[in-house]
Design a protein around this ligand. Structure first.
Ligand code: BGC
Length: 271
């Protein structure tokens, strides 16, 4: 990490939001953007359910870090595409912390194939995790939030590819485009319950999902050339906005997508 990059990331963590008394579930929180969000919500005072699939040690370490920063956390293993596991996780969060205020749908997978080569099981798995997962989690969370009657916040970590074509990633782009319209529609249905739903659409952020691209000199060069700010983003820069959207201060924000991409979507160098 360069000095500039690390100071940007550290500053992004400084946004002050008070989430004491709130309970949040963050899916896919063992690594990457989900990890940064879980830590940031915890440091802001929220009780955090750290959802993960199989990285138990990493999830437990995040819970320990949340506890060290004065917050409370529990790690729960639940595959977001598994209806019973998701319903069980939400029930556990409510039982453990007394209610659910915030859901962050972050878990996601990516696997590149040319369209003509995508195996059906890969297509289905990507749609299951990236689109059905947010639906199942949002449905369970909304049921709990409506029953309690105190409103809530649902934030989906989508991608610039909810709007931007992504050659060799048709399943991923389709899943993220689905999350775009799922969010817009669900936001309207949930508004009467004071539950907001928004998307954060990250561009290239330094996480395991794109490690191969970032570590390949040629691919890294091509990626950076498409980013007006000339660098990849840091997970903390996504966590800062997510923490705001999770707060009481964001009560009038719903049905919107917030792009954080260093200007990637405005790229016009070829013109
Ligand atoms: C993908 C990354 C990609 C970025 C910009 C993200 O949604 O997960 O692999 O670098 O979009 O294209």
């Amino acid at each position: 990490m360069s000095a500039t990059t690390s100071s940007v990331a550290a500053n992004a963590g400084d946004v002050h939001v008070d989430l004491r008394g709130k309970t949040a579930i963050v899916t896919g929180a063992a690594t990457g953007i989900g990890k940064a969000i879980a830590l940031r919500l915890g440091a802001s005072g929220a009780n955090v359910v750290v959802d993960y699939r199989d990285q138990t040690d990493a999830a437990n370490e995040i819970v320990a870090e949340i506890e060290r920063s004065g917050g409370h956390g529990i790690a729960i293993s639940a595959d977001v595409s598994d209806e019973a596991a998701v319903d069980g996780m939400v029930a556990s969060a409510v039982e453990h912390f007394g209610g659910l205020d915030i859901l962050v749908n972050n878990a996601g997978i990516e696997q590149s194939h040319a369209l003509v080569d995508i195996p059906l099981d890969v297509w289905k798995r990507i749609i299951d995790v990236n689109l059905t997962g947010p639906f199942l989690c949002a449905r369970a969370a909304a049921r709990a939030m409506i029953a309690r009657g105190r409103g809530g916040r649902i934030i989906n970590i989508s991608s610039v590819h909810e709007d931007l074509a992504f050659p060799n990633n048709a399943a991923y782009a389709a899943s993220k485009g689905g999350v775009r319209m799922f969010m817009r529609t669900a936001a309207l249905e949930l508004a009467p319950h004071a539950i907001t739903m928004n998307n954060i659409a990250p561009g290239a952020i330094a996480t395991p999902i794109n490690q191969d691209v970032r570590e390949n000199p040629q691919q890294r060069k091509e990626l950076l050339e498409e980013i007006p700010l000339g660098r990849v983003g840091q997970p903390e820069e996504i966590a800062a906005l997510c923490t705001y959207l999770a707060s009481d201060a964001a009560g009038y924000v719903t049905g919107a997508t917030f792009v954080i991409d260093g200007g990637l979507m405005r790229y016009t160098k070829g013109l």
